[in-house]
Design a protein around this ligand. Structure first.
Ligand code: CTP
Ligand code: CA
Length: 225
C-alpha cells in the first residue's frame, strides 16, 4: 500500500509539531482559550513518526493521550509554546504549526481571583501574542515551515496572504464555516498551498488526511533542500 511504500520518507529527520489550543490566564482560576481539539496535530505527529521522523509534539491542553514513543511537551500559554518551539530548533528539519494559538492574552495576570464589581460592564485589556510560526520561519536556522489557515470566508486568498506574510513554505487551508468538518470534528477537508501550487485533499478522517499531508510535506521538503 501507499502507507508501506512511504515508510521511511522522513527517516533521520526531526519534526516539531504544535497542536491544540493555548490558554491565556486572567487570574489564578480563569483563562481565555478556544475549542481546538488537537486531533489534527496529534494525527500529524503519528503520521510523521510512521514516516520515520523523530517527533517533538508541543501541545496545549487537550483531552488526548500522548502518542506512544513520541516526545510530548505540554504547554499552556502562547508564550510557553513559543519557548518550547524555539528550544532545540537547530535540530528541527520540518516545523508544522497545527496549534490554534490565542491571538491575544490579558495584558496582566491578576495575582488574586478577580472580584465581581458593581459595574454591569467589565472591560478586559488584551495584548497581541507572539506569532510562533512566523518567528520560527524567520529564525537563523529556518526549518521547512508549514502553517494552517482556518478560515470562514475567502479561504484561499487569506491562506495565501498568511503564506507570504509569515514566510511559510506551505500552508494547509481549511474552511471552518462548514460545521460538519474541521475544528472539533474527526474529519477534515483541506487545500495544500505553496507559492507555486494548490491541491485539494477531499474530506477524510484526520488520520487519513494526516498521512497524505505528511507525504506532501515530505515530498516538498525534499524538493526544496
Ligand atoms: N500561529 C502561530 N502563532 C500565533 C498565531 C497563529 O504560530 N500567535 C499559526 C497557527 O498555528 C497557524 C497559522 O499561524 O499555523 C495561522 O493561524 P491563524 O490563526 O489562521 O492566523 P493569524 O495570523 O492568527 O490570523 P487570523 O487569526 O486573524 O486569521
Ligand atoms: Ca489567529
Amino acid at each position: 500500500t501507499a502507507a508501506c511504500f512511504d515508510r521511511g520518507l522522513l527517516t533521520g529527520k526531526t519534526v516539531f509539531i504544535t497542536a491544540g489550543p493555548t490558554r491565556e490566564p486572567l487570574d489564578p482560576v480563569r483563562y481565555i482559550s478556544n475549542h481546538s481539539s488537537g486531533k489534527m496535530g496529534y494525527a500529524l505527529a503519528e503520521a510523521a513518526q510512521d514516516a520515520g521522523a523523530t517527533v517533538k509534539l508541543i501541545s496545549g491542553p487537550v483531552n488526548l493521550p500522548a502518542p506512544e514513543r513520541i516526545e510530548r511537551v505540554s504547554v499552556q500559554s502562547a508564550d510557553d509554546m513559543l519557548t518550547a518551539s524555539l528550544s532545540g530548533l537547530e535540530q528541527c528539519d520540518i516545523f508544522i504549526a497545527a496549534a490554534a494559538v490565542a491571538d491575544y492574552r490579558p495584558t496582566a495576570i491578576s495575582e488574586h481571583k478577580i472580584k465581581k464589581g458593581s459595574e454591569e460592564i467589565m472591560e478586559l485589556h488584551l495584548v497581541k501574542n507572539p506569532d510562533i510560526v512566523a518567528t520560527v520561519a524567520t529564525h537563523d536556522h529556518k526549518p521547512y515551515t508549514v502553517g494552517f489557515a482556518a478560515e470562514t470566508q475567502d479561504v484561499l486568498s487569506y491562506a495565501r496572504g498568511k503564506l507570504e506574510r509569515k514566510h511559510l513554505d506551505m500552508i494547509i487551508a481549511n474552511d471552518v464555516s462548514r460545521s460538519d468538518i474541521g475544528f472539533n470534528s474527526d474529519e477534515n477537508a483541506v487545500t495544500v498551498v505553496t507559492s507555486g501550487s494548490e491541491q485539494e485533499l477531499p474530506q477524510a478522517s484526520k488520520r487519513q488526511l494526516a498521512g497524505q499531508l505528511i507525504e506532501k510535506i515530505a515530498q516538498s521538503y525534499h524538493l526544496t533542500r
